[in-house]
Ligand binder design. Structure first.
Ligand SMILES: CC(C)(COP(=O)(O)OP(=O)(O)OC[C@H]1O[C@@H](n2cnc3c(N)ncnc32)[C@H](O)[C@@H]1OP(=O)(O)O)[C@@H](O)C(=O)NCCC(=O)NCCS
Length: 155
C-alpha cells in the first residue's frame, strides 16, 4: 500500500465530497471548498492519498496563532488502520510549525472513537455547544495547548 498526505487541490474536491457524504451523510459542498482553496489564505487542506485515491482529508484554519480544525475523516474502508492518528499527528505538526498556541475542534458528544483519538494526543474539553448539529446533538469543543516558546531576552 502506497500512501501520502499531500496538499488538496481543486481536482480533489469531488473525491473529498464523496468521502464526506459516506462518513458524515452530508458535505460542506463544492463552493465551500473551492472558495477556501482559491481565496482563503488562512485555510489549509490536505488529503490522504492511498494508491492514488483520496481516502481521507482534513481542513484547518490557522490565524492569530490558533488552529481551528474544519473537518477530518478517513473513509470507512481504511479506518482502524492508524490513518486517523497519522492525519491528526500531521495537523499537530503543521500547527506547531505555524507557531500556534492552541488547536481546537468540535466533535459530536457520541463520537467516542474520535474523542479517544483526540484525548490520546493531549486535547482537553474546553466547552459544550448545545444542539450544535442539525439533528440536535451537542458538540464538545476540544482544545490542545502548545507550549509557548518564550525566547524573549531576559536581562
Ligand atoms: C475518527 C476517525 C478519523 C479515526 O480514523 P481511524 O483511521 O479509524 O483512526 P485510527 O486507526 O488511527 O485509530 C484511532 C484510535 O481510535 C481508537 N479506536 C478505534 N476504534 C474505536 C472505537 N470503536 N471506540 C473507541 N476508540 C476506538 C483506537 O484505539 C485508535 O487509537 P490507537 O490505535 O492509537 O490505540 C475515523 O473513524 C473517521 O473518519 N470517522 C468519521 C468521521 C469523524 O468522526 N471525523 C472526526 C470528526 S470531529
Amino acid at each position: 500500500m502506497k500512501y501520502e498526505i499531500r496538499e488538496m487541490n481543486v481536482d480533489d474536491i469531488y473525491a473529498v465530497i464523496e468521502g464526506e457524504e459516506e462518513v458524515f451523510g452530508k458535505s460542506l459542498g463544492f463552493d465551500f471548498f473551492y472558495q477556501d482553496l482559491k481565496l482563503n489564505p488562512f485555510a489549509y487542506y490536505f488529503v490522504l492519498d492511498i494508491n492514488g485515491s483520496v481516502e481521507g482529508y482534513f481542513g484547518i484554519y490557522i490565524s492569530d496563532y490558533m488552529g481551528d480544525i474544519i473537518n477530518f475523516y478517513v473513509r470507512k474502508k481504511y479506518q482502524k488502520l492508524g490513518f486517523g492518528g497519522l492525519l491528526l499527528d500531521f495537523i499537530i505538526e503543521l500547527c506547531e510549525m505555524s507557531n500556534c498556541k492552541s488547536i481546537s475542534l468540535e466533535v459530536r458528544k457520541s463520537n467516542t472513537k474520535a474523542i479517544c483519538l483526540y484525548e490520546k494526543r493531549g486535547f482537553v474539553v474546553s466547552r459544550m455547544r448545545k444542539s450544535y448539529y442539525d439533528d440536535g446533538e451537542d458538540a464538545v469543543v476540544y482544545i490542545k495547548y502548545f507550549e509557548v516558546k518564550d525566547d524573549s531576552f531576559r536581562g
